[in-house]
Design a protein around this ligand. Structure first.
Ligand code: NAD
Ligand code: UDP
Length: 341
């Protein structure tokens, strides 16, 4: 059996990737400190798949815990998702973000070096592109992150690229996600934000369950057809399948040693906030109150991937549309109005 380590594998995206890896015949070891997740996600993954992931609780900044992890499990490749992801918090607590995201990653890579594990996929973000003027965004677009979160992602991309370049058969891949949304079709696992949801989908989901009064649409004076901002939303199961394709690729003869290709994971299609709101109402079958408010600071008009490299390199293409993203996100939220708690 080929065994994949998912750091942060209990989180929103990690739980879906863990599930998809198991369904694709891989063994999985999850390493997570539950800073922003619940053990229940892994219990449920076990329930809805044929296999059960092994779970190791620990912090990626803890070098001894990582050494023990690699010493006691035969790991073939790593998908590194563990980290902090809230842009606003990263501005308020930059040292914490650099510590977890950057120092945590170097501790992980040191453990991989020590234990001869040489294949890594890193969860990066389209936020590393900053505010590019040309759409859609290609992987060759200049990077210019505008907040500490984005800077940590770019730093780790560079660290991994340098380590992969040393020789010794390293092969890595950086995946830059656009806007992951939705949930597994079972409705058993999904996004469970702690505290106030900053992002559009989890916010609408909480309005739909009655936890919040209404959606605030941040600005309708953007230069778009309906005046609201446009994003490239990607179904989390499409994203998970993209990771399985990345692992298949790294473990195959197609992958080149000492290279770290960078690949966008998006659909290439953009939807406005009003289009997302309408799709949610259709998925729920009822009206979701919404109001136009002022623009949110730092928001850009449109953010959309050129997704062609993923198709050319990995043979992967997103297949699920906006309706499925809303239906699946709603199925999860309706069945679990308080998330995992
Ligand atoms: P998440 O918070 O649900 O998952 C992150 C996981 O990492 C959690 O389970 C958390 O407990 C764990 N973790 C945090 N600090 C840790 C530490 N010190 N040691 C061990 N585990 C730790 O977030 P997510 O949305 O699933 O994101 C996963 C990855 O994808 C992150 O690296 C994030 O930056 C990246 N990403 C997410 C998005 C998005 O919109 N969700 C977009 C682009 C990139
Ligand atoms: N948005 C909104 N109301 C909300 C949350 C988000 O109108 O309560 C808008 C936001 O201004 C952006 C889009 O929805 O145009 C997507 O926001 P999200 O935070 O999900 O993603 P990001 O902006 O980080 O790409």
């Amino acid at each position: 059996m080929t065994t994949i380590l998912t750091t942060g594998g209990a989180g929103y995206i990690g739980s879906h990737i863990t599930l998809e890896l198991l369904n694709s015949g891989y063994d999985v070891v999850v390493f997570d400190n539950f800073h922003n997740s619940s053990r229940k996600s892994i219990e449920r993954v076990s329930r809805i798949t044929n296999g059960a992931p092994k779970l190791v609780e620990g912090d990626i900044r803890d070098q001894a815990a990582l050494d023990a992890l690699f010493a006691s499990h035969k790991i073939d490749a790593v998908i590194h998702l563990a980290g902090l992801k809230a842009v606003g918090e990263s501005v308020a607590r930059p040292a914490f973000y650099y510590d977890v995201n950057v120092a945590g990653s170097t501790a992980l890579f040191n453990a991989m070096l020590k234990h001869g594990v040489r294949h890594a996929v890193f969860s990066s973000s389209a936020t590393v592109y900053g505010e590019p003027e040309i759409m859609p965004i290609e992987e060759t677009t200049a990077t210019a992150p505008v907040n500490p979160y984005g800077k940590t992602k770019l730093m780790v991309e560079q660290i991994l690229t340098d380590i992969t370049g040393i020789g010794e058969g390293w092969r890595s891949m950086v995946l830059r996600y656009f806007n992951p949304v939705g949930a597994h079709i079972s409705g058993q696992i999904g996004e469970d934000p702690l505290g106030f949801p900053d992002n559009l989908f989890p916010f609408i989901a909480q309005v739909a369950t009655g936890r919040r009064e209404k959606l605030n649409i941040f600005g309708d004076d953007y230069p778009t057809p309906d005046g609201t901002a446009i994003r490239d939303y990607i179904h989390v199961m499409d994203l998970a399948r993209g990771h399985v394709k990345a692992i298949d690729y790294l473990l195959s003869e197609r992958a080149e040693n000492n290279q770290t290709p960078i690949v966008n994971l998006g659909t290439g299609n953009g939807f406005s906030v009003k289009e997302v709101h309408a799709a949610w109402q259709k998925a729920c079958g009822f009206n979701i109150p919404a109001e136009i408010t002022a623009r949110r600071d730092g928001d850009v008009t449109i953010y959309c991937a050129d997704a062609s490299k993923a198709e050319a390199l990995l043979g992967w293409k997103a297949s699920q549309g906006l309706a499925e993203m809303c239906e699946d996100h709603w199925r999860w939220q309706k069945a679990n109005p308080q998330g995992y708690s």
